[in-house]
Design a protein around this ligand. Sequence first.
Ligand SMILES: C[S@@+](CC[C@H](N)C(=O)[O-])C[C@H]1O[C@@H](n2cnc3c(N)ncnc32)[C@H](O)[C@@H]1O
Length: 222
Amino acid sequence: MPTHQSLSGASDDELLQRMVQTHPERFGPPFWEFFISHVTPVLAPNPVVVDLGCGPGLLLRDLSERCAKAELYGYDVTPAMVAYGRQLAFIGAPPTFAVHDVSADPLPHEAGSVDLVTMSSVLHVIDEPLPMLSEIRRVLAPAGLFLLHDWIRQSLPAYLAWRRDVLKEGPVEYLRRGFRLFPVHNKYTTEDWHWLLGEAGFTIRVETQLRASHRVFVATRL
Ligand SMILES: C[S@@+](CC[C@H](N)C(=O)[O-])C[C@H]1O[C@@H](n2cnc3c(N)ncnc32)[C@H](O)[C@@H]1O
């Protein structure tokens, strides 16, 4: 099965560096304004939070700054990502990080025990999203939240221009990577995400678009 890394042509270390470098732009003030408005008020005082495909763990680090009493878990299939997360400093208790293929193995959490599941730029690479969503639904508490942040389809010219102008990729690189990654990053429309979430037994509480490339959905179990 091709991995995100093999699809992008990047090594694990290159993908790690890219995730770290782009983190501040991907999770800047607009993301946290949205989070504080729509997620924080619904969270329990000591929430259990699970980040699936957590990459370098920086979302969990930022979350611990805003919710120091949270019990945090981060799972990623790439050992280099997990190793990076483990050496970060955390305001609250450090997360439990583990190398875990979230599409192949059940999540190590009891049914109904998780207050918030986050998944950022990962679900689009999962070949079969419905079993993954069903597993997320299983571990969520009845009032638990699923925060999905993922790519939405852009036209080919818009996507290539976005790589060139926003990611600042060079004249050769933006075309090479752009054509290779176009089918990966432009897999689902917003309407496809609506359909997938509904089909998996979620209802969308709120959604927004903070960047041309990504959409954020906050969903709960139906
Ligand atoms: C584009 S990165 C996003 C990382 C992080 N969520 C973020 O937004 O910074 C995608 C991450 O998903 C991980 N991943 C892909 N497939 C996975 C799977 N089946 N199980 C666990 N992690 C996976 C990759 O290793 C990579 O770290």
